[in-house]
Design a protein. Sequence first.
Length: 256
Amino acid sequence: MTNFYGQYIGFGAGGVAPAAYMTASGGHSTDDDGDYRYHTFTASGSSFTVSELGADSTYGDKVEYLVIGGGGGGGKDSGGGAGSGAFRTATGFQVEEAAYSITVGNGGAGGTSSNGTAGGNSTFSTITSNGGGYGASAWNAGGANGNASGGGAGGLGEEAGGSGGTYGNAGGNDLAGNAGGSGGGGAGAVGQATGGDTQGSGGAGTASSITGSSVTRAVGGQGANTNNNGSTGTANYGNGGGGGKGSPATNGFNGG
């Protein structure tokens, strides 16, 4: 298989027995696990190249992929947490003898004057995972971005979180106009809504064992409140960035 996930693009492609499995190259790292080879991409500018297909009827011309968009950036000043990048994975994806250009979406920037920015898109072949929606600053609604998760609403304004796409979930709403920022949506759950001066938790991520062991990625960013910040999204995981606190007004945090 090859694992490709925005922020970490990987595939699972067979490689132990050349007659049965395809011969492929590319990625910033490769690891073997029995009959599987994992190609991991952590930045754009490289290709996954299939030089020879295998004879195996199940795996000779197919890969497993994981493609995750960059997490969005959190909002400033009682800011909402940002949404995770879209989390797309499947087995049995047919490939040809060709070079497949890889794009790995960057994490969005935390807000320095207001809202954060959306994460970048990750692509492999016909698969696109959009970056997560931005986390909002105080008095603003969270952002939505294509098929990814939405960002959380900022505090103070009773605004809505960004809607979630096909491969993500919605950000949390601000329910009472208090200073707490809401959580960004994650691949596995919506972001937590806030009704007081509390920090909304980011939505849960989704676990994948494409690299041989279970790893959870694409977690929503945590909202901030008056005195407490969120945090930076884990690099190359597609996690949303957290919001910046309100006193003093603090910048939001970058997505991963």
